[in-house]
Write a protein that binds this ligand. Structure first.
Ligand code: ZN
Length: 297
């Protein structure tokens, strides 16, 4: 198989949707690009955010749960999610977070200065500097993510084998990998494994890897099944098609096509401004509009 070039999106479970919107739009400066429902649990929003230009590989999405069902972080999940900012911006972000009363801590988690903090619902985030650019103050996209594998060797085998990530030489016991695309997304498998996690508010549900099109997606489906993975059928997610599997360390991986993209049901300028439903749920629109909290757009 051709190597995976980048992260497609990362999806996490959070609390109140307006608190989620305020944090990612107003504190982190991301753009809400889609309001829809969780296609597998349509009483819940599925909110998509990205950078201003909706660049592939910058999309983070949320299932905001209205219950009080908090998760437990642990193995079988994606851990801390890192965003990349322009070189020289880390201290500006530290000041910005301080100004918002968000506690942050400078570490070396990603093998260089890493500003760690949590979102409003306890989801673990970080900011890491990338290259110099003119887009000061802005999150450019993902820097990478930690995988809380309960079998780091098994996870490494898939990442560096079929998925083609390069292993980096970094001191410390965690394994560090990099995708081969221009984005060079940085993936860490945390060692040693932690006790098993439980999905709920403040935890990541899955990480999706980008594949170019449906033919390549189907080729991945066959190749992964041949390796003994249990892989789902191809799911139509409106904005992309995808397959899911539990990798050997129990982290949920999704492989998702780049197209058809977020502009299939609204124009670029209008992205995220209205509730969009796939055809199979359109007849239930009045029910969702009554039940889902109104977003503070
Ligand atoms: Zn997904």
């Amino acid at each position: 198989m051709e190597a995976i070039r980048r992260i497609h999106h990362i999806t996490a479970i959070v609390g109140d949707p307006n608190e989620n919107l305020k944090f990612y739009r107003d504190v982190l400066g991301l753009r809400l690009i889609k309001q829809t429902v969780n296609f597998d649990d349509p009483g819940v929003y599925h909110l998509y955010f990205s950078n201003d230009n909706v660049t592939p590989g910058t999309v983070i999405t949320f299932f905001p749960w209205s219950n009080e069902n908090h998760g437990r972080k642990g193995s079988g999940q994606v851990g801390r999610i890192a965003f990349r900012v322009p070189k020289g911006n880390l201290s500006l972000w530290k000041e910005h977070l301080d100004g918002q009363n968000i506690k942050s801590e400078l570490t070396q988690l990603f093998g260089k200065d890493t500003l760690e903090f949590d979102d409003i619902h306890g989801l673990e985030l970080a900011i890491v500097e990338g290259e110099e650019t003119s887009e000061m103050d802005k999150i450019l996209g993902f820097h990478g993510a930690v995988l809380l594998s309960d079998n780091p060797e098994g996870t490494k085998e898939l990442l560096t084998g079929q998925m083609g990530l390069n292993e980096l030489d970094i001191e410390g016991q965690n394994h560090h990998f990099e995708t081969v695309g221009a984005e060079k997304h940085h993936i860490i498998t945390a060692i040693p494994p932690q006790p098993a996690g439980r999905f709920g508010i403040g935890t990541v549900h899955h990480i999706a890897w980008s594949v170019p099109d449906m033919d390549v997606l189907k080729a991945w489906q066959s190749a992964l099944r041949e390796e003994g993975f249990e892989v789902t059928v191809v799911k139509d997610r409106s904005y992309f098609n995808s397959i899911y599997l539990g990798e050997r360390g129990n982290v949920v991986f999704e492989f998702a096509t780049d197209g058809p993209g977020f502009e299939i049901d609204e124009d670029m300028a209008a992205l995220g401004t209205a509730l969009k439903l796939p055809e199979q749920y359109e007849h239930r629109r009045p029910e969702y509009e009554r039940l889902l909290p109104k977003l503070d757009i």
